[in-house]
Each structure stands twice: as structure tokens, then as C-alpha cells.
Ligand binder design. Structure first.
Ligand code: C2E
Ligand code: CA
Ligand code: CA
Length: 561
């Protein structure tokens, strides 16, 4: 299935002629212009710029050795030392026999003597050098995937680029096709079955896209890439492929990411990155099999990348700040300030305030969260200490912990160090651990929580009700408070006005002998209803949004006087 012949039909290869003498340039152009697109450079530097700019499309360079600014031999060395350029064959133009050897040693493919020989000889040497270079390129990449017979990815990208070169006006789509949870197929039915399915998918793709307008490869185990002319409908294609794989013992679920009508200015790999981003978006969505890339998706992806890239600088420059939101005990006649929650805010110099919902999940994925949290915990401890000294009063402040931090064997040590350096105690800092952290590896998490509690730290289970922990498990958990997930409040008061779920959670907390904290309380109606139901502590906009430390002092002063 060598496509090289049909790739070249409607385009001309590009050749650069680098010679400072106009007469020579014109002569060569006349000889070559029927067959090739000829670019011209009149000195070494100009030649180098043109080569870099056209490195993806340039098929050959004709290089005069004597040129101003940068001489031919030096330029030749530069080209051959640059991994991006060294694959482009160079034919040296020279009248000096001694230089011929030198240039061949520096990597020239051939030479053409001056004065120039017959045009036929020149054309023959050029076309042979190009052929050799292209063959070499193709051989050097492992051409095919043994299992499916499709191209391997290196070869695929190169052919994709060549395809563009000779069909510059075709409207192309980049596709990334993936099998959901393929490892399960291998685990349940064995490798042989897995291989059979991959071969079926490959042959299906070859049938569907058999026209001469596409290139296909198997990228990794269960990921296929297709570069093809634009199509409007991929759903029916997916149906066909699923059908072909259908008589397998398991229902194989395929998904495809489509980057339609690619921007050809983008590197070919980047085009397939986009298709993959789209494909990954529906990874866990079993009802959809086609996902199309759009600019919004790219914006999100770029935004996420920017935040991760800028994190170290932001941390060093103090762009993160802790806000405090009060929690009130509502069991008496009047609500009484009982504690606070520390919530991080990022004050970005150009993007303004960024809320943690945008960056915490990213930092959790990239492992940056530990650095950020340590900074937040320290800064919170310093604020508590400052309040104690200046106002002579403080309330306990809870900080948030991410799941990964619960596996850190030094966690207790870290908190002991933070509290002792700030001159406060373990009674001053509470720890909020999200319920979902307990769901997997709960034994390890429970051990860590026990260790923290044995050192005097108070543990609040955050987002309770969102993590599906069983009643059975709850009763064994060493916790000091249950923090109701905000969704309970939303659902209970939205339309149905059904507070039964909240009652159940309060009963569980009573049974465990711990207080219930309701967060996200926004209205008087919610506050009164929760009070009636027996909820102990309330946090939410009804009392206050999270505020900077200075502003929070008003709550401390209120209880002081
Ligand atoms: P969370 O721990 O469940 O925090 C409660 C979130 O609800 C906060 O959002 C808070 O500002 C918001 N909130 C409080 N009262 C109300 C209300 O009445 N109505 C509404 N609509 N929202 C209310 P925020 O500050 O954006 O934090 C989002 C999440 O980010 C937090 O959820 C927490 O999981 C995480 N987070 C925040 N700061 C940190 C931190 O320093 N470290 C770690 N690891 N995670 C943090
Ligand atoms: Ca929290
Ligand atoms: Ca929460």
C-alpha cells in the first residue's frame, strides 16, 4: 500500500537554489521550473532562513559553496547538525574539486560541477538524490504495525505531512479512535481475543477509508489515528465498526474524537492531539460515541495548561491568598461564631481572581496540590496566631486536605511543625477531608485519620453524602463532625421542599455522636428549617461569603464584646 505515487500527482516538490550569482540562479531555475517549485536565496543567511521556514516541504537544496554572509560549507554543517533539517538532501555546486570531497564528508548527497553540465544530467542527479532521501526516510521509520498491518505512527505523521504537501487545498479531518477500557477485554478474554478485536477494527477502518484520500495508523495498543478528507457524519461510521466487532463475547464500546477541517498551519501531531482531547472527553460516557473538537475545548485545555505552568511563579510571588468563611453554632437562641473554614483564592496579575474550583482539580492531577496546601496551612496558622496576639481571641479554623495528601506518611509531622512554628496548638486547626477520599483504600485513610486524631487534630468529613460511603463504613470512621454536601441543601429546598434526606443524615450524626455542619446555606428559610431539624452548625452566604483575614476580624470582635 505504498502511496508515494499518488501523493505526488498534483503538486510539485520544492527545491531551494542558494547561489549569490543571479545568472546561475536563473539558469538553474530555467532548467528546473517545469518539474519543481524553485525557491531562491542570494546569500548563506537568507538560504538558512528559507530552509528553516520550509523545512517540512523542502525536497532538496542546491548549494553554492562561495557565498557572502555564511559560506556554503558552514551552512551545510549547520543543516546536517540540525535534527529538523538533516533529512533534506543537499547537492553542492562547485568549481573546486577539492571542495567536493570536503562537502561529501560534511553530509552533501552529491555535487554538480561548475560550469554546469547538460540540463539532463542536472535533472537526473537531482531526482535521484530526492528519491534516495525519501526512501531513506521511509525505511528509517518502522513502517508498519505487525498486528494490524496499518502504518506505525512515525510513518503515519510523515505521510500525513506529505499528503498535505501535495494536496494543499483538501479539507481534512483528524480522527482519533479509541476502545473504552480495552484492558478489561484483555483481562477477561485473553490477549488473543484482544488482538483479534484490534485486527477487526483495523480492517474495518481500511474498508471504510479505503479511498486514496486517507492515511491510517495504530498509534498505541488500542488507539487508531485516521487522516482523511472531511466527512459530515461519523456516527454511521462508528455504527459500522461496532457492528463488525459486534459478535464478540463482550460489547465493545468505541469512541472517536474528530478534529474536523483541520487548521493546516498546526503541526500534524497537534492536530491529532486535538482529536484525542475530543475523544477523551467522552471516555466515561457510554451513550455517546462521537465527540467533536471545538475552540472552547481548546481554550479550556490551554487555560488549564497556563495555570499549571504559572503555578511555581504564582506561589513564589504570593499570588495565593487565604479567605475565611465563618461557621455559626445555631443550637442556642442566637447564632454564635464557632469556627471558620480557610479557602484559597488565586489573585492572578492579568486574569484577576480565580476560584479554587478551577485550579484545585488540576493541581490534584499534577501533584502540585501538596505545595499549595502546605503554603495555605502555614499561612492559616500564621493568621490564627496573629489573631490570638492582636485581638486576644481566635476560633478554630479548618483547612482542606486533598485525597493524595492522606497518603503522605509525614502528614502528622507536617501539621505538628506548622502549629508549633506558629505558636498554636492542634486544637486551633481542624482538618476537612472529603468523603470521597475514604471510598478507596479506606483502611489506609482510616489509619491516617486515627493518627491525626491521636495527636489532637479534629477531623471533619467534608461533602458528606456525595461519596457513597456505606452506613456500615460510616459507623467505623473516626471523625469529629459531618459536613453535609451542599447538594443536600440545594435539593431539599429547590423545588420539592423535601428535607427527609437531611433528617436521615442528622440521625446518622446523632448515632455517631458528632455534630452536623450544613454548608451553602443562603437563605433565612434554609437556616430556620435546618435549625428545626437539629443541625448544629451552619456555614454559607446567609451569614457571610468567604472574606479576607482582615475583614474576618469583625466576627472575632463581635464575640469579644
Ligand atoms: P468545599 O471545601 O466544599 O468548600 C465550600 C465551597 O462552597 C467554597 O467554594 C465556598 O466559597 C462555597 N460556599 C460557601 N458558602 C456558600 C453558599 O452559601 N453558596 C454557595 N453557592 N457557595 C458557598 P470555593 O472557595 O470556591 O472552594 C471550592 C472547593 O475547592 C472547596 O470545596 C474545596 O474542595 C476546594 N478548596 C478550596 N480551598 C482549598 C485549599 O486550600 N486546599 C484544598 N486542597 N482544596 C481547597
Ligand atoms: Ca471544605
Ligand atoms: Ca464541602
Amino acid at each position: 500500500m505504498n502511496r508515494s505515487t499518488d501523493l505526488y500527482v498534483d503538486g510539485k516538490r520544492h527545491i531551494l537554489v542558494a547561489d549569490d550569482e543571479m545568472i546561475n540562479r536563473e539558469l538553474l531555475e530555467n532548467i528546473l521550473c517545469d518539474e519543481y517549485d524553485v525557491l531562491m536565496a542570494e546569500d548563506g543567511e537568507m538560504a538558512y532562513d528559507i530552509i528553516r521556514e520550509n523545512r517540512k516541504t523542502l525536497s532538496l537544496i542546491l548549494l553554492d559553496l562561495m557565498m557572502p554572509k555564511l559560506n556554503g560549507l558552514d551552512l551545510l554543517s549547520r543543516i546536517k547538525e540540525d535534527p529538523d533539517l538533516k533529512g533534506i538532501p543537499v547537492i553542492v555546486l562547485t568549481s573546486d574539486q577539492a571542495s567536493e570531497v570536503e562537502s561529501l564528508m560534511r553530509g552533501a548527497a552529491d555535487f554538480i560541477p561548475k560550469p554546469y553540465p547538460q540540463p539532463d544530467i542536472i535533472r537526473a542527479r537531482i531526482s535521484r538524490s530526492i528519491e534516495l532521501a525519501e526512501d531513506r526516510q521511509i525505511i528509517s521509520a518502522t513502517e508498519r504495525d505487525e498486528l494490524t498491518g496499518l502504518y506505525s505512527s512515525e510513518y503515519f505523521y510523515r505521510y500525513g505531512e506529505q499528503f498535505d504537501k501535495y494536496h494543499p487545498n483538501s479539507d481534512m479531518d483528524a480522527l482519533c479512535l479509541d476502545v473504552n477500557h480495552f484492558h478489561i477485554v484483555n483481562e477477561r478474554f485473553g490477549m488473543a481475543k484482544g488482538d483479534e478485536i484490534l485486527r477487526k477494527i483495523a480492517s474495518c477502518l481500511m474498508t471504510i477509508f479505503s479511498a486514496s484520500d486517507c492515511v491510517i495508523c495504530r498509534k498505541t495498543a488500542d488507539t487508531f489515528l485516521v487522516y482523511c478528507s472531511h466527512r459530515d457524519d461519523y456516527t454511521s461510521i462508528m455504527d459500522k465498526i461496532s457492528e463488525a466487532c459486534g459478535n464478540t463475547p463482550t460489547s465493545i464500546k468505541l469512541r472517536i474524537g474528530v478534529y474536523a477541517s483541520c487548521d493546516k498551519k498546526l503541526d500534524i501531531r497537534a492536530r491529532f492531539d486535538r482529536a484525542k482531547i475530543a475523544a477523551d472527553l467522552i471516555k466515561n460516557n457510554y451513550s455517546v460515541s462521537v465527540s467533536t473538537f471545538d475552540e472552547k475545548l481548546m481554550e479550556n485545555e490551554l487555560f488549564a495548561e497556563q495555570l499549571v505552568d504559572e503555578f511555581p511563579k504564582a506561589l513564589a510571588e504570593g499570588q495565593f491568598q487565604v479567605f475565611f468563611q465563618p461557621k455559626f453554632n445555631i443550637t442556642g437562641d442566637k447564632p454564635v461564631l464557632s469556627s471558620a473554614e480557610a479557602l484559597v483564592r488565586w489573585f492572578h496579575p492579568t486574569l484577576g481572581m480565580i476560584s479554587p474550583g478551577k485550579f484545585i482539580p488540576l493541581f490534584e492531577e499534577d501533584g502540585l496540590i501538596a505545595q499549595l496546601d502546605e503554603y495555605i496551612w502555614k499561612s492559616t496558622a500564621a493568621t490564627i496566631s496573629d489573631w490570638k496576639k492582636r485581638i486576644g481571641i481566635s476560633v478554630p479554623v479548618s483547612v482542606n486536605l486533598s485525597r493524595a495528601e492522606m497518603y503522605d506518611p509525614k502528614l502528622v509531622e507536617t501539621f505538628e511543625k506548622i502549629t508549633s512554628e506558629a505558636g498554636i496548638t492542634s486544637k486551633d486547626i481542624y482538618l476537612e477531608i472529603t468523603e470521597s477520599a475514604y471510598v478507596r483504600d479506606s483502611d489506609q485513610i482510616v489509619d491516617r485519620v486515627k493518627e491525626l486524631r491521636s495527636h489532637g487534630f479534629f477531623i471533619e468529613m467534608d461533602d458528606f453524602g456525595s461519596g457513597y460511603s456505606s452506613l456500615n463504613m460510616i459507623s467505623e470512621l473516626p471523625i469529629d463532625a459531618l459536613k453535609l454536601d451542599m447538594m443536600f441543601i440545594r435539593n431539599a429546598f429547590d423545588k420539592i421542599n423535601d428535607t427527609r434526606m437531611i433528617s436521615i443524615v442528622i440521625d446518622i450524626a446523632d448515632y455517631l455522636g458528632v455534630p452536623v455542619i450544613a454548608e451553602g446555606v443562603e437563605t433565612e428559610e434554609q437556616y430556620l428549617a435546618l435549625k428545626k431539624l437539629g443541625c448544629t452548625i451552619i456555614q454559607g452566604y446567609y451569614f457571610s461569603k468567604p472574606v479576607p483575614a482582615g475583614e474576618f476580624e469583625k466576627f472575632l470582635n463581635d464575640i469579644k464584646f
